[in-house]
Design a protein around this ligand. Sequence first.
Ligand code: DUC
Ligand code: ZN
Ligand code: ZN
Length: 474
Amino acid sequence: TGGTVVNATGTAQADVLVDGEAIAAVLAPGSQLLGVDLARTVDRVIDASGRLVIPGGIDAHTHMELPFGGTNASDTFETGTRAAAWGGTTSIIDFAVQRYGERVEDGLAAWHAKAAGNCAVDYGFHQIIGGVDEFSLKAMDSLIDEGITSFKLFMAYPGVFYSDDAQILKAMQKSAETGLLTMMHAENGPAIDVLAEQLYSAGKTGPYWHGIARAWQLEEEATHRAIMIADVTGAPLYVVHVSAQQAVAQIAAARDRGRNVFGETCPQYLYLSLEDQLGARSEEWGDFEGAKWVCSTPLRSRAEGHQDAMWQGLRTNDLQMVSTDHCPFCMKEQKELGRGDFRAIPNGIGSIEHRMDLLYQGVVTGRLTPPRWVEITSTTPARMFGLYGRKGVLQPGADADIVIYDPNGHTSIGVGEGRSHHMAMDHSAWEGFEVDGHVDQVLSRGAVIVDERGYHGAKGHGRFLKRDLSQYLI
Ligand code: DUC
Ligand code: ZN
Ligand code: ZN
């Protein structure tokens, strides 16, 4: 009661009535329903006065326990979804992995086994297709029945996940035929690997060179190529982790031509830069400190204006939403595998806990309205990935995934006393970020899993989300 309900469509002073796991009504303040004073009738009243009441965040791009770079991403489904809950994210969509030579069904079954019974919040999967061949193409026919309505291909990482143009074309034909949404990691991997090898051989071995090898031209080129192959096949295309302003321009041009082409960016591409990485030093790690921010696509130059272009893309809706690409690795024993050779640093940043707060800063600085904040963090992810109605909106019939957010609160991000950090990492890529706003309470399907007294969730509370086809396509 007493809060400001924010949906993607607007804000209103309203009370939200929850019955069991679902929202029963969104009511004018005062909580009267058919003459009954609800505040005196219900089991429990949560006072939300002075706070924003929003649909729980949906992080549509996470990698719990991903085997990558010779190690495993450090958050399990248990620790990662608990950190999500702390940060106001009540659904995740993780990537099940099929590697070259593996059966898609086996890759998917392995991901179900990792997640089942371990999640604090609801979870769904996209399917990575790491080897496009007649078997995986056939297996893609049954994904929709499994509630998996999107798959990811990689134009990067030759020898690991990489698809060549012929494979991309065939998979996109399958996407057009079935309605599965194609997600693309758009970077020219073969070219990047040559540049990386040349830099390394020239003695340029530190973390910063990772970003130099992964030049924006090779993101622009791959984005363009993916868009054009999508065009020929009629496949809907969603470009993940966009960081180069030139890639946004490619997506914008396709959208202007009326195509089903979409783009996601991540908090790191809005806030962090290659220059930050170049200057990073610490007593413990020296200039290897920059390894904390090694991810792909890489952080880009602030002087070149990429971060502003990401905010601008969110403003113009050429970028539709923000996910984290949460792929955490510790410095000790994980990132440090790449000491002396940036190519061996496991790629990834952990942000699942901070996405809602970091994006709220867009409201604080006047770059986003509160409804747009909700749209890019919850409503569009729900529509894009076939969850809308159940998730992404506060309306009767929707799951009672609700965040009570204090716009006057404060959050100190980072590891250590008085700061918020519940991810299984020995550092934070966001150390020292002091942000306005605070996640006060979190409900997942009607259960209060976070409040001012702490965490009350349970592993196994989160359920697998069978998703419908994308509700965002033109
Ligand atoms: N990029 C990352 O930073 N980590 C995991 C995979 C990816 O594409
Ligand atoms: Zn990727
Ligand atoms: Zn990813």
